[in-house]
Design a protein around this ligand. Structure first.
Ligand code: GAL
Length: 887
């Protein structure tokens, strides 16, 4: 890729790898065969304990340097055993030799015959931090920034693996999607290796230590330091874990890379690079061929092959690796991927040796062009598009960091309904499932590596290992994720201290950018810059420019300065707004204009630690939705934004993260921690889905204490004009003026009854909304998001509880205590209410409603079927039940 002097960058498409148990018939149809490759989930049935055994002969602490320095590179101790694991992701001059011997050989927990029957039995993914309890404010280790949860400390996991005799001669790998953190793995008493960064996926080669035909024992130690993160990181093996078994000659880990050129609706040329490993004692002559299939909704090949490559041959040295640039091929009338039509394909690559199939490897991908134009903005397949994006952390609210496909899918569905089309994985590599869902549902992704480089933000953060791991962790992200059509940007960091360090800081950025582009020259690098100056060497090192807040923040907005300094670089808001609010809370008086810095009374209910939902309050560094919209609408070259944040997250409860404050979770979300939209959802929906007829009124209309007082009513609508009625009387029709994103009636005098808005677009009625003063709470209502779920032990139903009056209207200030009960073939996984101050642990069946709502998360017992019954009760209110079927 040309790195400078261009006026626009053309970025072509991509894809991902999984494994198949399919082979190709001569006609190109798929048939099931015994694949030489297997990918087996080993999530079930682990044993777990906290803490080390009482005596440890060796020091298991992974060494951390200070201020990004680690000199000399450790050659003894645990790090010397773990560093070589990253060799495949390091330059040739940055390789580590595995020491002789066996570190930690005497530790009781790693012995094959150690009796772990007293340890807790559980399934992965597992986050021990979310189990709590919350650490009360004021107590040691009660850290608002990380959600006041006990995510830190040492943890051990053990699992028995039955490895059949038939695995003799095969390669056996342990693939960990993510474990938090400083993972070290022993198999049958021998230290295999590990990985320090808790967000990276990694592979360990178990082959030399495995005993086919017998019992094999994995023992995994995690050491998650306190004060290591600015948000809740979670603790434990919190992502999926797999055994991958292959023939000695096989496609390498993340070993395929598909790019396209000449993409149009009538044609696309595909290029495939395949990396093949040879673990045999002799050189291997192999032949490669690939067929392309349309993908079904699960991303699996369907129907007959629609294109077939020629054959490529390669000689792979014994114990070596070869990268094969396969012959290209052309697809006719390709169905292009875009957020609006997320069409996917699968490449199935066959590796043969001496006429035998030794590997079949599946690479899901999509075909699209992405263009970042400094003046015209972003376009996909030639169609102009704004980044209507959100930043999100990785936790799933009440489920913690433990990854769950359905929980992620629900998040994306909710975001989709808001008109969101892009996700920034702040500030770390995401779970692989997030990217699969983004491909499938049509989201663009800004895929991010780090929150810190050499300089630290917390005492025990990534800066301590940056010196020895930044290359491996950067290459890991790109190599793993480069085939996903959803990924459009590689972010090499967030608000990095090096922004302000002139050429020295830029040098680090250039180095990281080099690793990214060696793995994938087709996409631009970026960072989220909150303090880099226009024209600075750091900003100059980026392909495209992401600004956090400073782009639109008044009185000194920076988008214009950056555009002027870098007229050839695409510019966008990598982090915007950081508006704070609590669902259903409102304070008075209400700020004017585009909003104000919260505090000094503005927007804050300091007694209850709740933020006003008029969506006009933000911390000193931040802005409101309206302010960012206005800046971007004035400057057509700004390519869109990633709002901080889509969902509330555990930790960082600004403005109440202090030692004595009670809060556990953020106020930044457009959607609360339980997944319930706040008012802010609708200001984004109005802007991002202009063709979707909608109107949304705020606040609620239950204000007995405000009779006769001014109680402003604001309307978010995709229309251009609206008329407000109070108890049937018009309070006037108003137009949404240019650079206005809400219609305000700021002098409404409260009286109970009904407020109604009728919105218009181009003079025609477009949408309505109304809110009524409710009676007292009398009953409970339950509504599952899905009433049939799979009995696989993972699938979930999210059941919304509403506290209602006799007419079934939600009582908007109800804090009724609710008790949930689940019977039949299901279990209650967690409850929540979106209240940032609720320190009742998530697994509790008792949950106070917060402003009329609560959530119960239910799963089916594995392998069972029937009707799961969920009952909600509360003293003095009519109880209710609902059922969810499981198959
Ligand atoms: C940004 C930072 C985010 C989050 C946010 C809160 O500066 O990048 O991680 O802390 O502020 O407003």
């Amino acid at each position: 890729m040309k790195r400078s002097g261009r006026s626009a960058i053309d970025f072509s498409p991509l894809l991902v790898a999984a494994c198949v148990t399919m082979a190709l018939t001569q006609t190109g149809a798929l048939m099931a065969i015994d694949s030489p490759r297997e990918r087996i989930s080993i999530d079930d049935d682990w044993r777990f304990t906290k803490g080390d055994p009482p005596t440890l002969a060796e020091n298991l602490d992974y060494p951390r340097g200070r201020r990004g320095k680690m000199t000399p590179v450790p050659t003894t101790g645990i790090a010397a055993w773990i560093l070589p694991v990253g060799n495949a992701l390091n330059d040739a001059d940055h390789q580590f030799a595995r020491p002789a011997g066996n570190y930690g050989a005497a530790i009781s927990f790693v012995q094959t015959d150690f009796d772990d029957s007293g340890w807790r039995q559980l399934d992965l993914p597992h986050d021990f931090g979310i189990e709590g309890p919350f650490i009360p404010p004021g107590k040691a280790d009660s850290d608002g920034a990380t959600g006041r949860l006990p995510y830190f400390g040492i943890a051990w996991y053990r699992k028995h693996l039955a490895i059949p005799n038939s695995d003799k001669g095969r390669q056996v790998y342990l693939d960990v999607d993510g474990s938090m953190a400083y993972t070290a793995v022993w198999l049958n008493g021998t230290l295999v290796g590990g990985w320090p960064y808790g967000y990276s996926s990694f592979r360990l080669d178990l082959t030399p230590y495995i005993k086919p035909g017998g019992d094999n024992v994995l023992a995994i130690r995690l050491d998650n330091p306190p004060n290591s993160s600015r948000w809740y990181p979670g603790g434990g093996i919190y992502r999926n874990v797999w055994l991958t078994k292959t023939a000695p000659v096989h496609v390498s880990q993340w070993g395929t890379y598909i790019t396209t050129s000449g993409v149009s609706p009538t044609s696309a040329t595909l290029k495939l690079q395949v990396s093949v490993d040879n673990h045999a004692k002799a050189a291997a002559a192999v032949s490669l061929s690939t067929k392309i299939f349309a993908a079904d909704s699960e991303g699996k090949p369907k129907g007959a092959a629609i294109a077939t490559s020629g054959h490529d041959t390669a000689l792979i040295p014994a114990g070596g690796r070869a990268k094969v640039d396969c012959k290209g091929f052309t697809l006719v009338n390709p169905k292009l991927w875009s957020p609006k039509s997320p069409n996917r394909y699968v490449a199935v690559t066959t590796v043969t040796q001496n006429g035998n199939v030794v590997d079949l490897y599946e690479t899901p991908f999509g075909i699209r062009t992405v263009k970042f134009d400094p003046n015209e903005g972003l376009s996909i397949n030639g169609e102009r598009l704004k980044l209507n994006g959100v930043c999100d952390h990785h936790d799933l609210g009440a489920l913690g960091a433990a990854v769950n496909y359905r929980a992620l899918q629900r998040q994306l569905e909710i975001l989709h309904s808001m008109g969101c089309n892009a996700i920034r994985t702040s500030h770390n590599p995401p779970a692989p499932e997030l990217l699969e869902l983004a491909d499938r549902l049509g989201f663009m992704v800004m895929d991010e590596t780090f929150d810190t480089w050499r300089g630290s933000k917390r005492p025990n953060d990534y800066s301590g290992i940056f010196a020895t791991w930044h290359e491996q962790d950067t290459r890991m992200l790109v190599r793993r994720d480069r085939n996903h059509p959803s990924v459009v940007l590689w972010s090499i960091g967030n608000e990095i201290g090096e922004q302000g360090q002139g050429q020295d800081g830029a040098r680090v950025a250039i180095e990281l950018g080099k690793y990214v582009h060696e793995e994938d020259p087709t996409r631009p690098i970026t960072t989220a810059m909150n303090s880099a100056r226009a024209g600075s060497p750091f900003a100059a090192a980026m392909d495209v420019l992401g600004l956090n807040y400073q782009g639109s923040r008044l009185p000194n907005p920076q988008y214009g300065n950056f555009h002027q300094s870098f007229p050839d670089k695409f510019l966008y808001g990598s982090e915007t707004a950081s508006t704070i609010s609590s669902r259903g809370e409102y304070t008075f008086p209400v700020a004017n204009g585009y909003g104000v810095i919260s505090g000094r009374g503005a927007g804050q209910d300091n007694a209850n630690h709740q933020m006003s939902s008029y969506d006009l309050y933000f911390p000193s560094w931040a802005t409101s939705p309206d302010m960012e919209f206005a800046a971007q609408d004035r400057l057509a070259y700004v390519g869109g934004e990633f709002v901080w944040t889509g969902f509330d997250y555990l930790g960082e409860p600004t403005p109440w993260g202090g030692g004595k404050d009670p809060s556990r979770s953020s106020y930044f979300g457009i959607i609360d921690l339980a997944g319930f939209p706040k008012d802010r959802f609708y200001i984004y929906q109005a802007k991002w889905r202009p063709e979707f007829p909608m109107a949304h009124l705020l606040p609620h209309w239950n204000w007995p204490e405000r009779v006769g007082q001014v109680t402003p009513v604001h309307v978010y609508t995709s229309g251009d004009e609206a008329e407000l009625f109070l108890n049937g009387k018009s309070l006037g029709k108003k137009k949404k003026e240019k650079f206005q994103y809400r219609i305000r009636w700021d002098d409404v005098v409260y009286e109970p009854g009904e407020v109604k808005v009728v919105a218009y677009k181009d003079g025609k009625q477009w949408a309505t909304d109304s809110i009524k003063t409710t009676g007292p709470a009398t009953q409970l209502q339950l509504k599952p998001d899905r009433d049939v779920i799979a009995g696989d032990g993972h699938d979930l139903s999210f059941v919304t509880l509403t506290v209602a009056d006799k007419d079934g209207l939600m009582v908007p200030r109800s804090k009724s205590p609710i008790h949930f009960d689940v019977t039949g073939p299901g279990t209650l996984v967690a409850t929540d209410n979106g209240d940032a101050t609720d320190l009742n642990i998530f697994s509790s069946p008792d949950r106070r409603a917060f402003n009329g709502m609560a959530l119960a998360i239910v799963k089916a017992k594995r392998g069972q079927s029937g009707a799961i019954t969920i009952t909600a009760t509360s003293d003095g209110l009519t109880a209710t039940k609902t059922t969810v079927a499981t198959k």
